[in-house]
Ligand binder design. Structure first.
Ligand code: GRF
Length: 207
């Protein structure tokens, strides 16, 4: 099986980066993290990545006049490392259409809710404040709209009685760390295609 070259984009803690890199290391995901990009020099995930011997680069968005310019620098770094698939893992930046087009249907994101419920920031708190009994996480392909592209994997998480938003976020994070490697594994090892909003796995024979 060939090993796909993955680039992971982070802005902070990097626990999903760890889940992805670990799944690559164990062979659960037939891929290799060849570059970790952060738009923030203080992202905790960078230290973890360096400690693991992963290549890292910091590309601060503040050094660019606009989103497109910053994204061009990020795409150049990814291409320079031969990245084939891009994983957004707590990357707190919207991608420009040019970035999405550069890696069309090859960019994944994880969001801490069952989309289309609770898109945007603080999704776990949104779900908790709404009084939802079930939330979860979504791994989806990235398109031009925020938290919107075709769903690859979703995992439900019950909102435990008495739990606060932080507890819910912790419960969801556990599932994120399962869902992201699972989504990658399926996309890299099974036949699939995008049909409208749907990621269709398997070979589909038409009537
Ligand atoms: C996760 O909850 C993810 O769903 C959201 O940002 C958070 C990133 O956490 N997009 P980490 O940096 O991967 O620990």
């Amino acid at each position: 099986m060939t090993t796909t070259r993955i680039g992971v984009l982070i802005s902070g803690r990097g626990s999903n980066l760890q889940a992805i890199a670990s799944a690559c290391a164990t062979g659960e995901v037939p891929a290799r993290v060849v570059l970790v990009v952060s738009n923030r020099a203080d992202a905790a995930g960078l230290a973890w990545a360096s400690g693991r011997g992963l290549a890292t680069v910091v590309l601060p968005h503040s050094e660019h006049p606009d989103r497109e310019s910053h994204d061009r620098a990020v795409v150049a770094a990814l291409r320079g490392a031969g990245v084939e698939w891009v994983c957004l893992a707590g990357y707190m930046r919207l991608l420009s259409p040019a970035f999405v087009a550069a890696y069309r249907d090859r960019i994944l994101n994880v969001h801490p809710s069952l989309l289309p419920a609770f898109p945007g920031l603080h999704a776990q708190r949104q779900a908790w404040e709404y009084g939802a009994k079930v939330s979860g996480c979504t791994v989806h392909l990235v398109d031009d709209e925020l938290d919107h592209g075709p769903v690859v994997v979703q995992r439900a998480v019950p909102v435990r009685e008495g739990a606060d938003a932080e507890r819910l976020a912790g419960d969801i994070l556990v599932e994120e760390h399962r869902a992201y490697p699972l989504a990658l594994r399926r996309l890299l090892t099974e036949p699939w295609r995008v049909v409208g909003r749907r990621v269709q796995f398997g070979t589909v024979s038409l009537p």
